[in-house]
Ligand binder design. Structure first.
Ligand code: 3HC
Length: 689
């Protein structure tokens, strides 16, 4: 079996190089081989100093996240770090690329540290709901101080090795020649008789106790009331570093790490970490290469169209934006300009880039202008008939091989494809608002869509910096279907007298970025009404339709479920809205467990999407809901939350609701099967894509 660590001795220097592609994650084999190589170097009489480096693109990405679901094999990362630190010969870390999490902890356990100037280091454990658990919370403050350690560990953001936060931890930063530099350094160590310098015995980081206390206070205040557990535990461990002997602090850290590792929050964040990496892997990518997209066509310059046009420009595409007449075009181009200006203000675009960018934006009022476009996204059609008409016209003007995309989350891609002679090149795309900054995009694949069109749209959205998620088009993509289910479940409460703002408040408290009625106002109540009418099983009064017909459009005309008066951009509750429904406006209905009810509806809808092959996996659903609909990542999304609460409990709740309120709540048969088999929704993989 290939060794995960190479061992080479020259001139009294042993070079131990980690070789575990692609990122030298500290999996069991690497840990074992590193411990063995270290022991060999210690025993080798010829060796006076040891250099530890990594092959490939970086030094080490930390613990192997794939191993977190089972007990760790010995030596686990903290033990490995202790072996390194307690080695009787000097160990020198030579860091290139990155040293993250356990990788940085390994470097901090070495006696000396060198780094290439391009390298970045950090503690991203918090993104997994964890803390640095291999001595990082105890060693880092001893070298760089509590304030810098907290900044690194609580934000989880890697920083350049040259940054003032981490520079004190390094003996030397080399612009080039890291390996040769490490050997020279090792030679100097041997020649000068320099001894191992254990980080646990260092105290340079403690020289500003007042500064450390202030940093602790500042972070404590910032974290007050936050639901995430890991940041608070990091704070306590870093605080302990200055108060407790190293070994006691290490035990404190270990207990906190184990506690977080076994908790729901870290489990949810690990689920999202895996799911986000899996989501963009579409089966189609192996079947056809993407076609190049030089020119992007956008039909319709409303907020979505303008956002997509701006995103396309920023990503380097030439953009042709088509509106129906000159005044609409002027308004659309002004909208694009506003999005670009906002991008400059937020640092996504420099002013210099901004100045030149509109030279490749062409505003037109005739679809004929799209004859050279490689990809056309239609965002103009307000209903199925209007969209179909646009697709028929597009078919007549675009060139062979152009990919035609419907920008509607709901919509019948087959019907649109039938308007064209190129069904293999027709598909759907849904980018959550705000379009420019949304981190993901759902790609709706029709039954006749070819792999090349899918690969092309995938390549395009990836180029915009968005994560692509696969969905089967037709009857609503993933996010819209789950939000519709959530809102329909909420509507049942509103119609029984529970105030919408109460529902929104409870859902935000649970971990949604926006409450369902805030979402409905953002989307527009007429469109929300459409979505609910398309939701399978949703019957009865459609309160969004009632409000829309009473002139309450939502945010667009400043009155929907809330009123958006001047000075109240976030909206104020409006009893007049509920009064239109003929229910008590005092919010006196019995709300019961609001998050439990709404999440049950979302999880059940998710199970239906999996059964129907609309979503490929439970992970994809959660990626959409956390990335596109503001659900807290530490909740893991509705599928992960359902698994955590137990599918049996979910099904029983659904059965009770179905008895009381009807068919929408009928449990998806997939739940019965998973309960029988002891399976989890989050592990379901449909064979689509
Ligand atoms: N464990 C397992 N696999 C990892 C990994 C890790 N720590 N880090 C990255 N990978 C995998 C990725 O999943 C991906 O696999 P795939 O090709 O099958 O999808 C592959 O390595 C390459 O990763 P990227 O595509 O992300 O490559 P990039 O070059 O874009 O980025 C990176 C490299 C900066 C290292 C980035 O992968 C990263 O940030 N990784 C996460 C690192 C992390 O969170 N470390 C902390 C782990 S927890 C820990 O150390 C606990 C300790 O305190 C005890």
């Amino acid at each position: 079996m290939a060794q995960a660590v190479s061992y080479e001795v020259t001139d009294g220097i042993a070079v131990l190089q980690m070789r575990n592609p692609p990122v030298n994650a500290l999996g069991a084999a690497l840990r074992r081989d590193l411990a063995e190589a270290l022991a060999r170097a210690v025993q080798d009489r010829e060796v006076g100093a040891i250099v530890l480096s990594g092959a490939g693109k970086g030094f080490c990405a930390g613990a192997d996240i794939a191993e977190f679901e089972a007990p760790f094999a010995d030596p686990w990362v903290p033990e490995l770090c202790d072996l390194v630190e307690n080695a009787p010969k000097p160990v020198i870390a030579a860091i290139h690329g990155f040293a993250l999490g356990g990788g940085l902890e390994l470097a901090l356990a070495c006696h000396y540290r060198l780094a290439g100037a391009e390298a970045r280091v950090g503690f991203p454990e918090v993104n997994l709901g964890l803390l640095p658990g291999a001595g990082g919370t105890q060693r880092a403050p001893r070298l760089i101080g509590a304030g810098a350690a907290l900044d690194l560990m609580i934000t989880g953001q890697p920083v350049p090795v040259t940054s003032a936060l981490v520079r004190p931890a390094f003996d030397m930063i080399l612009k080039e020649g890291l390996n040769a530099g490490a050997r020279l350094f090792a030679r100097k160590v041997i020649d000068k008789g320099m001894r191992p310098r254990r980080t646990r015995d260092q105290g340079a980081g403690f020289r500003d106790p007042a500064g450390d206390r202030k940093a602790l206070q500042t972070w404590r205040a910032r974290l007050a009331g936050k639901a995430e557990k890991a940041p608070g535990d990091i704070l306590r461990c870093v605080e302990a570093a200055a108060l407790l002997p190293f070994e006691v602090g290490q035990e404190f850290e270990r207990a906190a790490f184990d506690d977080l590792l076994g908790g729901d929050q870290s489990r949810a964040l690990r689920h999202i970490w895996r799911a986000e990496r899996a989501a963009p892997r579409f089966g189609e990518l192996a079947r056809a290469p993407p076609r190049p997209v030089a020119q992007l066509g956008i039909v319709g310059g409303g907020s979505r169209g303008a956002g997509l046009a701006a995103a396309g420009l920023i990503a380097g595409h030439e953009v042709v934006l088509v509106e129906r007449d000159a005044p609409s075009l002027t308004a659309a181009l002004a909208r694009v300009a506003r999005v670009l200006d906002r991008a400059v203000r937020r640092g996504r675009l420099t002013q210099v880039q901004r100045d030149g960018i509109e030279a490749v934006l062409h505003g037109k009022t005739d679809l004929v202008a799209l004859s050279e476009a490689d990809l056309v996204i239609e965002t103009a059609g307000h209903d199925a008939r209007a969209r179909a008409a646009i697709f028929a016209q597009l078919d007549a003007v675009v060139r062979d091989g152009a990919v035609l995309v419907s920008g509607a989350a709901y919509g019948d891609v087959e019907a649109l494809a039938a308007q064209t002679g190129c069904a293999q090149d027709v598909l759907a795309l849904h980018v959550p608002l705000p379009t420019l900054t949304a981190p993901l995009a759902e790609i709706g694949v029709g039954r006749h869509t070819g792999a090349a069109a899918v690969a092309t749209l995938h390549g395009f959205v990836t180029g915009l910096g968005k994560r692509a998620v696969w969905a089967r088009a037709g009857g609503g993509l993933i996010g819209s279907r789950l939000m519709a289910a959530c809102i329909h479940a909420a509507d049942g409460l509103v119609l029984s007298g529970v105030a919408p703002e109460r529902i929104d408040r409870d859902m935000r408290g649970w971990g949604m970025g926006f409450g369902p009625y805030q979402m409905a106002d953002m989307l527009g109540l007429a469109r929300m009404g459409d979505h609910l009418e398309a939701l399978p099983g949703a019957t009865g009064v459609n309160p969004h339709r009632v409000l829309a017909e009473a002139g309450r459009a939502g945010r667009r005309n400043r009155v929907g479920w809330y009123r958006y008066d001047a000075g109240a951009p976030r909206g104020v509750p409006d009893p007049d809205a509920v009064a239109l429904l003929g229910v008590g406006a005092d919010g006196a209905g019995d709300p019961g467990d609001i998050p439990g009810r709404l999440l049950a509806a979302m999880a059940n809808e998710g199970a239906r999407l999996l059964e129907a092959g609309i979503a490929r996996s439970g992970g994809d659903i959660d990626v959409v809901m956390t990335g596109g609909f503001g659900m807290a990542r530490w909740r893991g999304g509705p599928i992960c939350a359902a698994d955590a609460a137990g599918l049996l409990a979910l099904r029983n709740r659904l059965r009770g609701l179905a008895e009381a309120e009807g068919g929408f709540w009928t449990p998806a048969p997939l739940l019965d099967r998973l309960i029988r088999e002891g399976g989890r929704l989050g592990d379901v993989e449909a064979s689509a894509g």
